[in-house]
Design a binder for this molecule. Structure first.
Ligand code: PLP
Length: 358
C-alpha cells in the first residue's frame, strides 16, 4: 500500500505513540489516573497534560491559551457558537464543512469569495453587522495558503473577531495571528480524537459542552492524558523538524510536478502547501481510476465530501465545472512518504489514466 492521503489524516509518529503508552497504563500501572483527581495519581496525569499543553502552545503566537477538545470540529464549534450571538458570520467559500455548516446552522452566514487560484482576498466587503470572520490558513482540498494576516487586520477594523482553521497549517508552516485558532492532532502525526482551540487573552467564550467545567470552564469532560500527551509530542516533533519536513515535501513536490506534468493543477502553484497536489484531467473517470489503483491510497476531492456524490464545493468555488471537479484527484504526501513510493504511485496512476485514453 502506498499512502498519499495526508490531508485526510497522517501516520502517527512513533515518538508520539511511545509517549502515549505510558498514559494508557504504563509499565508500573500508574498511567491511568484521572487528571482532574486531586490525589497523587491524578496529579501525575494532570502534570503530563500541562506539559503537553506547553508543547502545543509553543507553535502558537504568544498571548493566548490552549483549550483541549475532542477534535478540530469541536474546537471550531466552540469558537463559532461560543463567541457570541446575533450579527453576521463571514466565512470563506472554501472553508471545511466544520466551519461552513456550523455558521450556516446559526443563520446570517455571509460567504467570502475566492479567486480562480483559490485565494480569499480582503478586497471585498463584509456586512456592517459582522461579528466573526473565519478564513482558514491552508485549504484541505487544494492546499492554497490564505492571506490570514490581512484578514486579521480587516477583522480588527470591522470590530469582528477573527477565527482561523489552521488544521492543515499547524506543524507545517508558521501559524499566523488571530483571535481563535483551531487545530487537530491527527493532521500532524498525532492521534485521532484530540484537537485544540487557541484563544487570545481577553476573548470571552461561552461554554458549549457543559458539565464538570474542565478546561477553564470552557469545555467539560474528562481529558484523555494518553491522547493529549501524543498530541503534545507530535507538536514538539513538528516544531523540531519543521525545516527538515518542509525540505522533504519540497523535493517530493518538484518530482511530483515532473511525474504528473500532463495533468492540470487545481489552485495556485505558489501560494500553496506543497504537500498537496490536486490535479485534473479532462474526461477522467475518477471512480474507475480509483478502483484500478487500489494499492494507492488517495482521494477524489475532499475526504469529508467523498462518497456523497456531490462535486467539491472548493473546486466549484474556484470556477471549475462539475465535470472538471469530478475529474480531479488529490494526492497528499509528507514526512514519511518516500520518493520511491511517489514514483511508483505516479506510474500506477498514469498507466490507469492512459488506459482510459485521457
Ligand atoms: N478543518 C480542516 C481544514 C480539515 O481538513 C479537517 C479534517 O479533515 C477539519 C477541520 C476537521 O478536523 P477533525 O477531524 O479534527 O474534526
Amino acid at each position: 500500500m502506498i499512502y498519499l492521503d495526508y490531508q485526510a489524516t497522517t501516520p502517527l509518529a512513533p515518538e508520539a505513540r511511545d509517549a502515549m503508552l505510558r498514559w494508557l497504563d504504563g509499565p508500573d500501572g500508574t498511567g491511568f489516573g484521572n487528571p482532574h483527581s486531586p490525589h497523587k495519581l491524578g496529579r501525575m496525569a494532570a502534570a503530563a497534560v500541562e506539559a503537553a499543553r506547553d508543547k502545543v502552545a509553543a507553535l502558537f503566537p504568544p498571548g493566548g491559551r490552549v483549550i483541549f477538545t475532542g477534535s478540530a470540529t469541536e474546537a471550531l464549534n466552540l469558537a463559532i457558537r461560543g463567541s457570541g450571538k446575533g450579527g453576521s458570520v463571514s466565512v470563506s467559500a472554501i472553508e471545511h464543512a466544520a466551519v461552513l455548516d456550523t455558521a450556516e446552522a446559526l443563520g446570517q452566514t455571509h460567504i467570502l469569495h475566492v479567486s480562480k487560484e483559490g485565494q480569499c482576498y480582503t478586497a471585498q466587503d463584509v456586512p456592517n453587522d459582522v461579528r466573526l470572520i473565519a478564513v482558514m490558513q491552508v485549504n484541505n482540498e487544494i492546499g492554497t495558503i490564505q492571506p490570514t494576516t490581512d484578514w486579521h487586520r480587516k477583522a480588527k477594523e470591522a470590530g469582528a473577531l477573527f477565527l482561523v482553521d489552521a488544521v492543515q497549517a499547524y506543524g507545517k508552516i508558521e501559524v499566523t495571528g488571530a483571535d481563535m485558532i483551531a487545530i487537530s492532532g491527527h493532521k500532524f502525526h498525532g492521534p485521532k480524537g484530540v484537537g485544540a482551540l487557541w484563544v487570545r487573552d481577553g476573548v470571552e467564550l461561552a461554554e458549549q459542552i457543559t458539565g464538570g467545567s474542565q478546561e477553564a470552564g470552557l469545555r467539560s469532560g474528562t481529558l484523555s492524558p494518553a491522547l493529549i500527551v501524543g498530541f503534545g509530542e507530535a507538536a514538539a516533533l513538528a516544531k523540531e523538524r519543521m525545516g527538515e519536513d518542509s525540505e522533504h515535501v519540497e523535493a517530493l513536490w518538484t518530482r511530483a510536478r515532473e511525474l504528473f506534468a500532463d495533468w492540470t493543477l487545481n489552485g495556485s502553484e505558489e501560494a500553496r502547501w506543497h504537500g498537496n497536489l490536486n490535479l485534473r484531467k479532462d474526461g477522467l473517470d475518477v471512480n474507475r481510476l480509483m478502483s484500478e489503483c487500489r494499492q494507492v491510497m488517495f482521494s477524489a476531492g475532499s475526504a469529508c465530501a467523498s462518497g456523497s456524490g456531490r462535486p467539491s464545493h472548493v473546486l466549484r468555488a474556484i470556477g471549475l465545472s462539475d465535470k472538471q471537479a469530478k475529474s480531479s484527484i488529490r494526492l497528499g504526501f509528507g514526512r514519511y512518504t518516500t520518493m520511491e513510493q511517489l514514483e511508483e504511485a505516479a506510474q500506477i496512476i498514469n498507466a490507469a489514466a492512459e488506459e482510459q485514453g485521457v
